[in-house]
Design a protein around this ligand. Structure first.
Ligand SMILES: C[S@@+](CC[C@H](N)C(=O)[O-])C[C@H]1O[C@@H](n2cnc3c(N)ncnc32)[C@H](O)[C@@H]1O
Length: 507
């Protein structure tokens, strides 16, 4: 097997020794002093060495690793460590070990420490790898079916969830490096689905600096606790782990990113039932920007992404604002345009031959680029199909926000040169028929109440922190009550809009 495929298969990102030391010292600062230490996917042994250095209480350090060369490297490294404790290393497959039984035989308190593979089940599927849990071995573990039942899951989520189940005595702890999204899924699932008592803590670290990867990562610490479970997970940074930056919790079954932001009035804004939420839409998805996105130069000529001049019918071109334009506030002078070959999903494009012959010829010239689009959503669809298009795309007024930016920036966008502005698929928006409607909604969304509420639910370290699900949590009628408690006139206007419930005026 090629080295790169093996790296994918084993989710292989070896922890630098210094990072392992920082993590171990942080655990010691939190009064974790184990007798037995277990590194279940130990690689070249950074956590074995760091643990031996930091935890003077340790008597036994167990390691398991599937890759023979890593295993030999680790075995060699621990040879040179002073023998205050025993090392028990095995070359083996995590998924074939009965970890509950293995841990039961070790004297407590126990610490499971390490950095499990960073790979998803679909990545493994794409290289036909079987480095996956064999279901029969894990049937007795709670909550595992919920993970493996998903079409795609993180192997680390599975491994860490299994290992948390092995922490049976007060004082047992786990500390593992995982993606932040994985850590949050684990914490939420334990809080909501399992009747057990763990104290969770998340310590963020810079994955770019340590592993040169872009996904956000953290040390997830789970500690079997003796007191009641308060369902608060403190979040801090590895540079200053004792100082909590915010606290995660659950409210009404929702994971709350920041309890402080969920101030007294904000919880009342949580919409129930969520089915009555305003319909946030995302912009156009086409994956063919070189052909469909145009730029207008100073003398009014349009060029495509290949640098060629383009002349196609005006009725199929619209002003385009990309996510960065929405986030950075450039609506007064839009120099980009987007070609929209379909006005609703699934619309055949054959009629363009007679209705827009210049456009039809242009698209046909570049059919090969449309055919190269990788996403399966284009399979067996019209050759020039696009997504995220419908009546709402062409409504004149919109409230828009870029989902990728790390701030709440709602923009009120009106028509540009008598045409509706169209967004790319990094933008979420509400469509409005009239300027007044859009202004009222915009005033509500930029209010302090809305900002506090949304900040409570947004995980700003996520790749796409703003989601339609989070935006849809906000009860607009209750928000109007709060924002316009002294302005019955505006309050009534919002009522008369009948927002999103019986007769939605918003598409
Ligand atoms: C992200 S690396 C981290 C290695 C080590 N824990 C560290 O912190 O440096 C994941 C490790 O898991 C090992 N691994 C992957 N699948 C495994 C399996 N089924 N059983 C045991 N080890 C496995 C890989 O070979 C790799 O060394």
């Amino acid at each position: 097997m090629k080295k790169s495929a093996k790296k994918i298969e084993f989710g292989d990102f070896q922890t630098p020794l210094q990072l392992a030391r920082d993590v171990a010292r942080t655990l010691a600062d939190f009064d974790i002093s184990p007798t037995s230490i277990i590194e279940p996917t130990c690689g070249r042994g950074a956590f074995l060495l760091a643990s031996a250095e930091v935890f003077k209480s340790a008597q036994t350090i167990v390691g398991c690793e599937i890759d023979e060369s890593h295993f030999k490297y680790a075995a060699n490294s621990v040879e040179n460590v002073s023998k205050n404790c025993n090392f028990d290393l095995m070359l083996g497959d995590f998924f074939l070990v009965d970890w509950k039984e293995r841990l039961r035989k070790l004297p407590g308190p126990r610490l499971i420490i390490g950095n499990p593979p960073w790979v998803t089940s679909s990545q493994l599927g794409s290289i036909n790898s079987l480095n996956l849990p064999q279901k029969s071995n894990f049937q007795k573990m709670r909550g595992i079916d919920a993970i493996t039942g998903k079409s795609n899951f993180d192997i680390a989520e599975f491994i860490v969830s299994c290992l948390i189940d092995c922490l049976t005595s007060t004082g047992d702890a786990l500390a593992m490096l995982v993606k932040s999204t994985v850590a949050r899924r684990i914490v939420r699932s334990r809080w909501l689905n399992q009747n057990d008592c763990f104290e969770f803590r998340i310590i963020q670290f810079d994955t770019k600096a340590h592993f040169n990867i872009s996904a956000d990562g953290c040390v997830l610490i789970a500690r079997k606790s003796q007191d009641g479970c308060d369902r608060i997970c403190r979040v801090s940074d590895l540079d200053n782990p004792l100082e909590t930056s915010n606290s995660m919790s659950v409210f009404d079954d929702r994971l709350v990113a920041n309890m402080d932001a969920l101030e007294n009035t904000a919880p009342t804004l949580l919409l129930f039932p969520p089915a009555h939420a305003l319909k946030w839409r995302s912009g156009v998805k086409h994956d063919c920007s070189k052909i469909l996105e145009l730029r207008r130069d100073d003398v009014g000529r349009l060029t495509n992404g290949l640098g060629e001049l383009v002349d196609v019918e005006d009725a199929y071109r619209f002003p385009l604002m990309k996510g960065s334009d929405v986030a950075n506030g450039k609506a007064s002078n839009i120099s980009k345009e987007i070609i929209v070959p379909q006005f609703k999903p699934g619309q055949p494009t054959g009629q363009l031959k007679s209705e827009a012959p210049k456009l039809f010829k242009y698209l046909e010239n570049y059919e090969y680029l449309f055919a190269k689009r990788k996403s399966s959503i284009y399979r067996q669809k019209d050759r020039f199909s696009i997504f995220g298009v419908g009546e709402y795309t062409f409504s004149p007024w919109k409230i828009a926000i870029c989902s990728l930016y790390k701030r709440l920036g709602f923009r009120l966008i009106g028509p540009y040169q008598q045409k509706p502005v169209v967004f790319d698929d990094t933008v979420y928006f509400l469509s409005c028929d009239t300027r007044i409607q859009a202004e009222l909604l915009h005033e509500l969304f930029v209010s302090e109440f809305a900002t506090n509420f949304l900040n409570a639910f947004i995980f700003w370290d996520a790749k796409r922190p703003i989601t339609t699900e989070i935006l849809g949590l906000l009860d607009i009628q209750k928000l109007a009550d709060l924002v316009w408690s002294h302005d019955q006139n505006k309050r009534q206007k919002i009522d008369s809009l009948n927002l999103g419930v019986t007769q939605p005026v918003l598409f």
